[in-house]
Design a protein around this ligand. Structure first.
Ligand code: ADP
Ligand code: MG
Length: 143
């Protein structure tokens, strides 16, 4: 387990970029209350993968796909905030996406579909401990 503290959105983004550059596994779950910084984390993470797209939360579409430059893979950004029942996501083709080792899947509100994620999922929890302070806990990171 690794723990970090950040004091600004910018710091969270640069931590996420650093994690993205060191990543060797392909599924990341993000948990934490509304406004904790999950989408902010994904923005920094995407930047670390050299993705230039604007990253907005896929709350209404559940999933967004971004091509990862210099690879054949994609970043799949999933947000399960509005998910009421896991049968709603069986059609997303998650298994196929995860099967391709060049893809990276990052899931906001992952606790809503924990059973559908692989055992080696890197688990990241973001906790709001002050107006701009966040405690970021990383489990399962294969350093
Ligand atoms: P979530 O996706 O978890 O609901 P967002 O990333 O959309 O959260 O929003 C987080 C909000 O908190 C943003 O407005 C961001 O600017 C603010 N914020 C303040 N401090 C931090 C920090 N240290 N890390 C991340 N976000 C922060
Ligand atoms: Mg969000």
């Amino acid at each position: 387990m690794k723990q970090y503290k950040t004091s600004s959105e910018k710091e969270t983004k640069s931590l996420a970029a650093k994690i993205a550059k060191n990543l060797k596994s392909t599924v990341i779950s993000l948990t934490g209350q509304l406004g904790a910084g999950k989408t902010t984390f994904v923005q920094g993470f995407a930047k670390g993968l050299n993705i230039k797209d604007k990253i907005i939360s896929p709350t209404f579409v559940l999933i967004r796909q971004h091509s990862i430059p210099h690879t054949n893979g994609h970043l799949y950004h999933i947000d399960l905030y509005r998910l009421e029942d896991t049968s709603q996501i069986t059609h997303l083709g998650l298994e196929e996406i995860i099967k391709n080792p060049e893809n990276i899947t990052i899931v906001e509100w992952a606790e809503k579909a924990e059973k559908l994620l692989p055992k080696n999922t890197v688990k990241i929890n973001i906790e709001k401990i002050g107006q701009d302070q966040r405690r970021i806990t990383v489990l399962n990171f294969p350093f």
